[in-house]
Unconditional design. Structure first.
Length: 362
C-alpha cells in the first residue's frame, strides 16, 4: 500500500503543473465543471480494475506477467508503453522548464536547463533501483505535503475569493464534457499505472478496501484546483493565464510568515515534485526496455550499455524538443497527449485485466 500511495500522490500533485486546470478552465462554460465527476468516475473505475488485476500477480510487473505470451504482441505493447512513459516525463519537463523561464529567471536558456535536468535524472536512474526511487519519492512527499496544504488553505481562506464567480461557472453543469476534458480530469489518477513496474515491490496484494480514498481525494483535489483560480481571477479572466495556479500562488501571502509571498515556495515545491514525477516515468520506461531487450541483470555489460545509450538518447531528445517547440505550442501538445494517454490507459487496463482473468481461470 505504501508504494501505491506514493505513486498516486505524486500524480495528484503534479497535475497542477501539466495543464490539467488550464484544460478544464478553457471549457468552464462548456462542460468543464461536469468533467470533474466524469473524470473521477472513469479514473476510479480504472484504478479498481487495475489494482484488482495486479493483485493477482503479487511481486510481479507487467514484463513478468507477459513473459509467457507471444512475442509478436508482447514486444510492441511494451515498446508502446515505454514511449508513453517517456513522453509523460518529457511533457512534465518541458512544462517546468517553461515555468522556470517565465517566473524565476527569464534569461535562463531553456536548452541548458533541460539538458542539466535530464542529466541529473539520468545519473539517479543509472545508479538507483526501484526501491530506492520509491524511498526518494517518499522523502520529497513528506517535506512537500505540509507546505502544499498550507498553500491550498491560504487560497481557500483568501478574502478576495469570489464565490459568485465560482457559482457562475457551476451553473453551466448542464453541458456535457468533451473527451478532452474527461482525459484531463482523469489524469490525477494515472499514478496507479506505474505499478506495471513498481508492483515488483508489493509482496502482498494491495487491500482493495482502502482504495476509497482515491475518489474522495479526487473530488477535493479537482474541485480546489479548478474553483480556486476561478474565485480569485474571475470567471472571465481566469483563462488569461497559461499557468493559472502559478498566478494564483502569486496572489497569496502569509502576513507574518518567514516568507510573505507564496510564489517562490509554490514554484520550488512543484518543480521538486515534477522532477520526482519525471524520475518515476523514466524509471518505468527503462525497466520496460530492459524487458524488451532481455537485459534484466544490472551487472551485465549489455544492461549497462542499454542504460547509457537510452539515457543519452533521452538527453538528445529533450534538447531538440526544447529547441524546436515554441512556448505557445506546449499547451496544444499537452492537450493532444492527454487524449492519447487516456486511450493508452484503457488499452493497458484491458491487457492487465485479461491476464488476471486468464490466471484466475487457470
Amino acid at each position: 500500500m505504501r508504494v501505491f500511495i506514493n505513486l498516486f500522490f505524486v500524480n495528484v500533485l503534479v497535475q497542477v503543473i501539466v495543464f490539467v486546470p488550464s484544460i478544464l478552465l478553457q471549457e468552464r462554460f462548456t462542460g468543464g465543471f461536469l468533467a470533474i465527476p466524469g473524470g473521477i468516475i472513469v479514473g476510479t473505475a480504472l484504478v479498481l480494475l487495475f489494482v484488482w488485476s495486479m493483485n493477482q500477480f503479487p511481486g510481479q510487473g507487467l514484463p513478468e506477467m507477459m513473459q509467457h505470451t507471444s512475442a509478436w504482441y508482447r514486444i510492441p505493447l511494451l515498446l508502446f508503453m515505454a514511449l508513453m512513459w517517456f513522453s509523460a516525463g518529457l511533457i512534465t519537463m518541458i512544462s517546468i522548464t517553461d515555468i522556470t523561464i517565465r517566473f524565476i529567471n527569464v534569461e535562463t536558456p531553456g536548452t541548458s536547463m533541460i539538458v542539466t535536468l535530464t542529466l541529473f535524472i539520468s545519473i539517479i536512474l543509472f545508479i538507483h533501483r526501484s526501491e530506492h526511487v520509491i524511498s526518494f519519492v517518499e522523502v520529497v512527499l513528506v517535506f512537500s505535503m505540509p507546505l502544499i496544504f498550507i498553500i491550498f488553505f491560504q487560497a481557500l481562506r483568501n478574502e478576495n475569493l469570489q464565490w459568485p464567480a465560482i457559482m457562475e461557472v457551476a451553473t453551466h453543469i448542464q453541458h456535457l464534457p468533451s473527451y478532452q476534458a474527461i482525459a484531463a480530469s482523469s489524469y490525477m489518477f494515472t499514478g496507479y499505472t506505474n505499478l506495471i513496474i513498481f508492483n515488483r515491490l508489493n509482496s502482498k496484494p494491495i487491500p482493495m478496501k482502502w482504495l476509497w480514498f482515491a475518489p474522495v481525494l479526487g473530488i477535493v483535489n479537482l474541485l480546489t484546483s479548478f474553483c480556486i483560480p476561478v474565485g480569485l481571477h474571475g470567471a472571465d479572466g481566469v483563462t488569461d493565464y497559461t499557468y493559472p495556479w502559478v498566478i494564483t500562488a502569486d496572489s497569496l501571502r502569509i502576513e507574518y510568515g518567514p516568507i510573505e509571498r507564496l510564489t517562490s515556495i509554490f514554484l520550488l515545491l512543484y518543480i521538486g515534485v515534477s522532477t520526482i514525477s519525471i524520475l518515476i516515468h523514466w524509471h518505468v520506461m527503462l525497466q520496460l526496455l530492459y524487458a524488451v531487450f532481455r537485459t534484466q541483470d544490472p551487472k551485465s555489460l549489455q544492461h549497462r550499455r542499454l542504460t547509457v545509450v537510452t539515457l543519452a538518447l533521452l538527453t538528445v531528445a529533450a534538447y531538440f524538443t526544447e529547441k524546436s517547440v515554441r512556448a505557445y505550442y506546449i499547451f496544444d501538445i499537452a492537450e493532444v497527449w492527454m487524449q492519447i494517454r487516456l486511450g493508452a490507459e484503457f488499452i493497458l487496463v484491458g491487457v492487465v485485466l485479461y491476464l488476471a482473468m486468464r490466471r484466475k481461470k487457470a
